[in-house]
Design a protein around this ligand. Structure first.
Ligand SMILES: Cc1ncc(COP(=O)(O)O)c(C=O)c1O
Length: 395
């Protein structure tokens, strides 16, 4: 069948693909440790589940406004005020079917055929694909490991052309876990203002920071930056709610209206029940459940980092947040006699039943992504297996 051109070059999400492969092997009886997943292994806190149950019993099972229920928009507005010192009105907020769909919808309304969107690599796998689906050209800028995977103002200036429409910033980042500080954001922001470039600021990992660094939204640095930025966030990672599919975007009323119109013709609205669950999540702000989850993630980060850097040929920049490590395995791959990281990752899965995601999908072919959203026992065992694999293949 002759499918539409736009899907012919579309690659499926590499992170979902590795999870699927690991699950399949597990089903066949293999003792697989899956470190590919991008979601907390914790259950959604009980008070949120109760709120969803209550919403169903109260008849909140019907269509809602396309941009989200007013109560949830209000709660999101309060969250922005308290956490980010940002003031938005309801017409500057849209609730979406996960943060992923907020991004998809945003690129659809922002990007014209041939427009360029600057994406620092390593990047989250969906940005380039979503830009391409909107007819745009992803312009990849390599944020160097020696600069903690952060793009510099000089690098940004160099790739700007008259076709540049937007810059994507993801802090804390998936896959590196690195964060930009206020000064770094201010410098990047200055360039965007000078060239009139939109900023897509994906802040989905805002609540998962394990160092003393403060999360800063680039939108809060000046009125001009706020005008030019659309902030993306959601409850998936912060409240262990990946399956509920609630995200949101905040930006100028003009952009949000266009996004809402598009949503009205595609999804109609995010699930009514999940919106009430997200409302409960925000009404109780920082709960003990969230604090506990963060503490456990922080312990696992230290544990898995120590295990990794002890393996010959593996080095790793220690992240600030999210729940990933993004080690450089180039030297291990060479020492082990493999042609590339992808082949090394496949052999590791087949021989030792440890699933990692190759960095190629994130625009960083010398690295792998390891998610530590799994138990300490399994992380310990995975560390042991990776070390054994590397040592067994030593030439
Ligand atoms: C950087 C980043 N942005 C957005 C998303 C999408 O979040 P959601 O599950 O709310 O669609 C993810 C999920 O993996 C992510 O890592």
């Amino acid at each position: 069948m002759n499918l539409a051109d736009r899907v012919k070059t579309l690659t499926p999400s590499s992170t979902l693909a590795i999870s699927a492969k690991a699950k399949e092997l597990k089903k066949q009886g293999h003792d697989v440790i899956g470190l590919g997943v991008g979601e907390p292994d914790f259950n959604t806190p009980e008070y949120i589940i109760k709120a969803a149950e209550q919403a169903m019993h109260n008849g909140m099972t019907k269509y809602t406004p396309s941009g989200g229920i007013p109560e949830l928009k209000e709660a999101i507005i309060n969250k922005f005020k308290e956490d980010n010192e940002l003031t938005y009105s309801p017409d500057e907020i849209i609730v979406t079917t996960g943060a992923k769909h907020a991004l998809y919808t945003l690129f659809q309304v922002l990007v014209n055929e041939g427009d360029e969107v600057i994406i620092p690599a390593p990047y989250w796998v969906s940005y380039p694909e979503q830009v391409k689906l909107a007819g745009g050209n992803p312009i990849i800028v390599e944020a160097l490991e020696e600069n903690n995977f952060k793009v510099t103002p000089e690098q940004l200036e160099k790739v700007i052309t008259e076709k540049t429409k937007a810059l994507v910033i993801n802090s804390p980042s998936n896959p590196t876990g690195m964060m930009y500080d206020q000064e770094e954001l201010a410098k990047l922001g200055e360039i965007c203002v000078k060239h009139n470039i939109f900023i897509v600021s994906d802040e989905i990992y805002e609540k998962l920071i394990y160092t003393n660094d403060e999360h800063v939204s680039i939108a809060q640095l000046s009125d001009k930056l706020k005008e030019q930025t659309v902030v993306i966030n959601g409850v998936s990672k912060s409240h262990a709610m990946t399956g509920w599919r609630i995200g949101y975007a905040a930006g100028s009323a003009q952009i949000i209206k266009a996004m809402t119109n598009l949503a009205s013709q595609s999804t109609s609205n995010p699930t009514s029940i999940a919106q009430y669950a997200a409302l409960a999540a925000y009404e109780q702000a920082e709960t003990k459940a969230m604090e506990d989850m963060k503490k456990v993630f922080s312990e696992r980060l230290n544990l898995s980092y120590d295990l990794l850097i002890d393996i010959p040929g593996i080095s790793c920049v220690k992240p600030n947040g999210a729940f990933y490590l993004f080690p450089n395995v180039k030297e291990a791959v060479r020492l082990n006699g493999f042609d590339n990281v992808d082949a090394w990752v496949t052999a590791l899965l087949e021989e030792e039943n440890v699933a990692l995601v190759p960095g190629s999908g994130f625009g960083a072919p010398d690295n792998v992504r390891l998610s530590y959203a799994t138990s300490s026992e399994l992380l310990q065992e995975a560390g042991k297996r990776i070390k054994r694999f590397v040592e067994n293949h030593q030439a």
